[in-house]
Design a protein around this ligand. Structure first.
Ligand code: CA
Length: 172
C-alpha cells in the first residue's frame, strides 16, 4: 500500500470516528482540504508551505501568509470536538509523513497574556493548552499544536521559523 492509500484509509477511519452518523462532507472542499462541519468549513494541513518538508519550516507570520495565498487563514478552534478532530488528523499525517508541528491562529502578540484568534479577533473561548502551557510570556507569542508529549495540545513558542512546522489553514 502506498502512502496515499494509507492516508485514505486513515482518513476514512478518522471520519467514521467523528462522523456522528452524518454523511462525509468532503465534496464541499477543494482537493486536499477536509471538512469537519458547516461551522469549521474546509481545513488544509498545508505541508507544501514554506518549501515543504525539505524547506526550513514556516514562521508564524509566513504560515499566516501561506494560508492567505490560498484565500484562507490560520485555523481557529472553538470546541474540544474540533481540537479532537484536528488532533486525529495530525496523528494520521504523522503516521504517513513523520513528526510535524502545526501553526494555528492563536497569538498574544501585542497584548501579552490575552490570547486572540488572529483572523476573527475573538478571544479564545476554549482551552486546549498542554500541561504547563502557556509558559513563554514575552518571548513566546504564537501557538503550535506539537507532536510527541504535547499530544497536539497547544503550546506557546517563539513566532520565528520552526523546522517542520506548517500551517493548518481554514476557509469557508
Ligand atoms: Ca511555551
Amino acid at each position: 500500500m502506498n502512502k496515499l492509500s494509507v492516508l485514505a484509509v486513515v482518513l476514512s477511519l478518522v471520519s467514521g470516528a467523528i462522523g456522528h452518523g452524518h454523511s462525509l462532507p468532503y465534496t464541499k472542499c477543494p482537493p486536499g482540504w477536509i471538512s469537519l462541519s458547516e461551522s469549521v468549513g474546509c481545513v488544509l494541513f498545508h505541508t507544501e508551505a514554506c518549501g515543504g518538508y525539505h524547506g526550513p519550516g514556516c514562521s508564524w507570520i509566513q504560515a499566516m501568509e501561506e494560508c492567505q495565498k490560498l484565500g484562507s487563514w490560520l485555523l481557529e478552534i472553538y470546541s474540544l470536538d474540533q481540537q479532537d478532530f484536528v488532533t486525529k488528523m495530525a496523528k494520521a499525517l504523522e503516521v504517513v509523513n513523520g513528526p510535524m508541528d502545526w501553526w494555528v491562529g492563536l497569538t498574544d502578540l501585542g497584548h501579552e497574556g490575552t490570547w486572540l484568534w488572529q483572523h476573527s479577533g475573538n478571544q479564545s473561548a476554549v482551552s486546549a493548552w498542554a500541561i504547563g502551557e502557556p509558559n513563554g510570556t514575552y518571548t513566546e507569542n504564537c501557538v503550535t499544536m506539537a507532536y510527541g508529549s504535547f499530544n497536539y495540545r497547544w503550546s506557546d513558542v517563539g513566532c520565528g521559523t520552526r523546522e517542520r512546522t506548517f500551517p493548518i489553514c481554514q476557509s469557508n
